[in-house]
Design a binder for this molecule. Structure first.
Ligand code: SF4
Ligand code: SF4
Length: 454
């Protein structure tokens, strides 16, 4: 086993023998796959920036309002009460990721993950522009602090900080919505000092990740990356080196690999794909482009490094379907069907009625007993509804606090009411009562609660 093979099995490739970080000076990729990836990244970036401003029925396309426990996905609002539907959606998504990874490896990482998109398509491109390609960057970093170096470093980091601030604010739009964001912007910073501080801390974190920590997120931190070992097998289609064609390697050997090491120089995680599929490979395809250009120069067919499975290289077997991903597809289909069913069958409104905490019962004129309740109703339709609450289990009277009950589309109504019942109708000190929520005399929902008496 060669020294490089031993070291790649022994420790992460971007650490030296003492455990210190080795800075990766990746060569700027060039080629058909890189062009495809760049175009795809424009769509991902556009989606990321545009989503909070796209409206469906007046709601943002996606809103993840954790503070209010309100989630909007493609115009449909989900409240905390919809946790089963959200859990099914989440499970379907996880199952989809597993299925996708089993079949295509870390394709997501190289092509759609925000970490890669921002690092490779935004921050790294700025670095290429200001500091040049890998050799120039290496020389600049190793050289003395000249006027040129100070200017280049200052310009790069200034732009990195500005982009980190923009990124944080765009993320914020996904969580608080554009209206609230513009409202915060119009208010003095002093009134929102905590929000402003959080924004600065998150921006500083992004700046640290993209300015310094970089590929270590993919190789050491990301849990999805760590899962590759259990998800991939010999049938998964990943970026692979065709060792049957390439070996024995060397400039004057029979194998097609001339051992130029260009595929390593272009790799953003600095690995040698010729050692086989590795956890650090994010399937970015930079080595495919680089090797294809070497093959062209040496008048060999392209594809020495390509998307293929271990089985594909060893036996020429190319089908992506196997028992494992068929079984995962069935599970995904079941989960997703269940999600669609629960989504379509969810009630028009969802009511919660609870006696006001800390209050027992009140004795009124004659033999009338009263209890105070808090009511919360969520409207899951796109219609504005007049609402009415009636007691359907007993004879009694309901007096609402405040104005009439009305709820706008996909909104929430919260109020308090007092229920009066004659003591003679009670079953003791704790009587089960049932309410009905009506809209235009149509019963929408029944809700059971308790009524305390003497
Ligand atoms: S770029 Fe291609 S030819 Fe050069 S070392 Fe890598 S696999 Fe071999
Ligand atoms: S081995 Fe190739 S595909 Fe994998 S991360 Fe490196 S350059 Fe990208």
């Amino acid at each position: 086993m060669s020294k490089s093979e031993i070291s790649f099995r022994d420790r992460p490739i971007n650490l030296d023998e003492s455990g210190s970080r080795k800075w990766v000076y990746a060569k700027k990729p060039k080629g058909l796959w890189y062009t495809r990836r760049t175009i795809f990244s424009w769509f991902v970036l556009l989606f990321f920036v545009a989503v909070p401003f796209i409206r469906i029925n007046g709601n943002p396309l996606i809103l993840l309002d954790i503070a209010d426990r309100k989630f909007i996905l493609f115009g449909a609002i989900f409240w905390a009460q919809d946790s089963l539907i959200l859990a099914l959606l989440m499970l379907s998504f996880i199952m989809f990721i597993i299925l996708f990874t089993v079949t295509f490896g870390r394709l997501w990482c190289g092509w759609a993950c925000p970490q890669t998109i921002f690092l490779e398509m935004v921050f790294r491109k700025i670095e290429y522009l200001i500091e040049g390609d890998y050799r120039k960057r290496h020389t600049l970093d190793d050289g003395p602090w000249t006027r040129e170096k100070i200017l280049k470093k200052a310009a790069k980091h200034f732009i990195f900080i500005a982009i980190s601030l923009l990124m944080t604010n765009t993320f914020l739009l996904w969580f608080i919505g554009s209206e609230k964001w513009f409202q915060l912007l119009a208010e003095p910073i002093g009134e929102n000092i905590s929000n402003f501080s959080i924004m600065l801390v998150v921006s500083a974190f992004f700046y640290w990740v993209y300015g310094w920590f970089r590929e270590q997120i993919c190789t050491m931190v990301c849990p999805y990356g760590r899962m590759q070992g259990v998800l991939l097998d010999s049938r998964s289609v990943v970026v692979s080196y065709d060792y049957k064609r390439g070996e024995p390697r060397g400039p004057r050997t029979e194998g097609d690999c001339i051992d130029c090491r260009q595929c390593i120089s272009v790799c953003p995680t600095a690995i040698d794909i010729r050692n086989g599929t590795q956890l650090e490979c994010i399937n970015c395809t930079a080595c495919i482009d680089q090797c294809n250009s070497v093959m062209k120069a040496t008048k060999k067919p392209p594809g020495l490094i390509r998307f293929d499975s271990e089985n594909g290289i060893r036996h020429g077997h190319t089908s992506i379907w196997n028992t494992r991903n068929r079984a995962y597809s069935v599970v995904l289909l079941v989960l997703f069907s269940f999600f669609i069913y629960t989504l379509l069958s969810r009630p028009a409104i969802e009511t919660t009625i609870m006696r006001t905490p800390g209050l027992l019962y009140q004795e009124n004129e004659g033999t009338i007993i009263s209890n105070v309740y808090n009511i919360k109703i969520v409207n899951k339709t796109h219609e504005e509804m007049p609402l009415e609450i009636r007691l359907i289990s007993h004879q009694g009277e309901i007096r609402m606090a405040g104005s009439k009950m009305e709820i706008s589309d996909q909104d929430r109504f919260e109020s308090t009411f007092i229920l009066y019942i004659d003591e003679a109708l009670l079953d003791g000190d704790n009587t089960k009562v049932e309410f009905g929520i009506y809209s235009n005399d149509e019963l929408l929902e029944r809700y059971k609660s308790s009524f305390l008496g003497p």
